[in-house]
Design a protein around this ligand. Structure first.
Ligand SMILES: [Zn+2]
Length: 99
């Protein structure tokens, strides 16, 4: 094998490698962009019917409630907070669920 062929092979491989890296970065950027778009699209929207959620405050918990299907959405950790509430407070929270 002559040195020039080896060199050519090296550069071909380098170009391919760079292209692969660029493609991977492009894909990553697209995924990030999609994530942002999805978040904008879905933020404070009901996961079932897609209508707007309204935030209902009750003591330490903020319950996101769908204005359309009356579904209730809890943020991370809120179920645990609710489970530790006093019975009387719990009933008040359940009233929110029921409405
Ligand atoms: Zn809904």
């Amino acid at each position: 094998m002559t040195p020039s062929i080896k060199e050519e092979e090296y550069f071909t491989r380098l170009t391919l490698e760079n292209k692969r890296k660029a493609d991977a970065e492009k894909l990553l950027r697209r995924e990030e962009h999609e994530k942002i778009q999805l978040k904008e699209l879905h933020y404070m929207r009901c996961p079932k019917c897609g209508m707007k959620l309204s935030e209902v405050d009750h003591k330490d918990v903020k319950i996101d409630k769908c204005s359309h299907c009356n579904g209730v959405w809890l943020d991370a950790g809120e179920l645990e907070v609710i489970s530790k509430l006093d019975q009387s407070v719990l009933h008040a929270v359940f009233d929110i669920f029921r409405k």
